[in-house]
Structure formats: C-alpha cells, structure tokens
Ligand binder design. Structure first.
Ligand code: DX5
Ligand code: ZN
Length: 216
C-alpha cells in the first residue's frame, strides 16, 4: 500500500480554518489529523468538539482525531457526533484499553492507539488485533514544531514485525517532527501514515509540501 499523508491542523491558521480546509481538500492529503489537547494529559490546550463539528461540512477527507486527553471514554460518542472517523486514544491514558477500543468500534469509528516516545511497542501485543491505527509519537505530545526523536525508526521496525507476525491490518502512523528529512526513511521502515503539521503549514506552499511527502 502506498503511504498516506495526514496534515495536522494544529499548525493551520485558526482565524481562517475554512481556507486551510480547502487547501487540504484540494491537495494530495489523505486524511485530516486533528489534535485534541486537554491541558491535563498534555501541558497544552488546543480545541474540542465544536471546532471539529464546524469544519466537518467543509472537508472531503476522513477525520483522524488524536485525543491527548485523560478519561477519553467519557467523550467517545461526542467525538463521533462531531465528525471523527478515526478515534485515537493514548495507551498511557487508558486503564481498560480493550474496553475503550470496543467502545470506539461500537460507536462506528476506526480505532487508534498512540504511544508516547517512552512507551514500548510490545505493550500492544495483546490488543493489536483490535487496533486499526497505531500512532507512534515521535515527539512528546502537546506541541507542534518539535524535533523528531530518532529512536522512532526502531519502534516502527518492531511494530511492523509484530503486525506481520500477528497478520493484522494495523496501520503505523508517525506523529511529530515529520519532514522531508525523515519521511522516506520512515516509510522504508514500514510507516503507513505520515502526520505533519509545522512542516506543511510553515512552508511557503503547503499543497506542494503535502505532495512532496506523498511522492517520496
Ligand atoms: C503533537 C501532535 C502532533 C502535531 C505535529 O502533540 O500530536 O500531531 O500537530 O506537529 P509537527 O508536525 O509540527 O511536529
Ligand atoms: Zn497528533
């Protein structure tokens, strides 16, 4: 499968999201990556359901919603209603991860689990068959524009081996510090989805930057 590109709207222009939605719609992007932060799980607050709901009618591509929040179970239905197509929760924020994944599926969304840089991949061994997307954080979550953590390549390889040995269809998504400096190497190691925020929206021509990430 050719890899996918998911621009993170955390780095978009919040005073004109309509324009950036049009940009993503008309680009080679595959998904919208949407970062929800609560100021508790991560030391930053971004936005929640009202923004997702407001941009849903403006978008033509799936919403990949990344919850950096505590107690995500409380809001699964709300995010579905707001327009999430994939719902990613943090491994570290879920006491009963298996139950959370069932609830996301029951609500009619694809399941995602994000791992912080310090969380080993093998902890997903017993839930992998329930996970559509594993999001490997290649920065500490909370902010855009941070530097890529090199150890991520090793995690991608280990996760890829686990996916092959368990014969699941799980996608490997990389989130944080993705740019033309690491994108090709990530895909070579087995990454399926590249999230990019500041590299896309901080560039002179975001649509062209998305194409560059898509056509490595
Ligand atoms: C970080 C977020 C990322 C962020 C990526 O906590 O989960 O999705 O938007 O931004 P860049 O690509 O700038 O590192
Ligand atoms: Zn994210």
């Amino acid at each position: 499968m050719a890899h996918l590109v998911a621009p993170s709207i955390l780095s978009a222009d919040f005073s004109n999201l309509q324009a950036d939605c049009a940009l993503i719609n008309n680009s080679d992007a595959d998904w919208y990556h949407i970062d929800v932060m609560d100021g508790v799980y991560v030391p930053n607050i971004s936005f929640g359901m009202p923004i997702i709901k407001a941009i849903k009618p403006l978008s033509t591509k799936p919403f990949d919603v990344h919850l950096m929040i505590v107690e995500p179970d409380r809001y699964i239905e709300d995010f579905k209603k707001a327009g999430a197509d994939h719902l990613t929760v943090h491994y570290e924020a879920c006491t009963h991860l298996h139950r959370t994944l069932q609830a996301i599926k029951e609500a009619g969304m694809k399941t995602g689990v994000a791992l912080n840089p310090h969380t080993p991949v093998h902890l997903l061994k017993d839930t992998l068959s329930e996970i559509d997307i594993v999001c490997l954080m290649s920065v500490n979550p909370g902010f855009g524009g941070q530097s890529f953590i090199e150890n991520t390549y090793r995690k991608v390889s280990e996760l890829k081996e686990m996916i092959i040995s368990q014969n699941t269809n799980t996608l490997i998504e990389i989130d944080g510090g993705v740019s033309d400096k690491n994108a090709a190497k990530l895909v070579e190691h087995g990454a399926d989805v590249l999230v990019a925020g500041s590299f896309v929206f901080g560039s002179e021509n975001p649509a062209q930057t998305i194409s560059r990430l898509k056509n490595l």
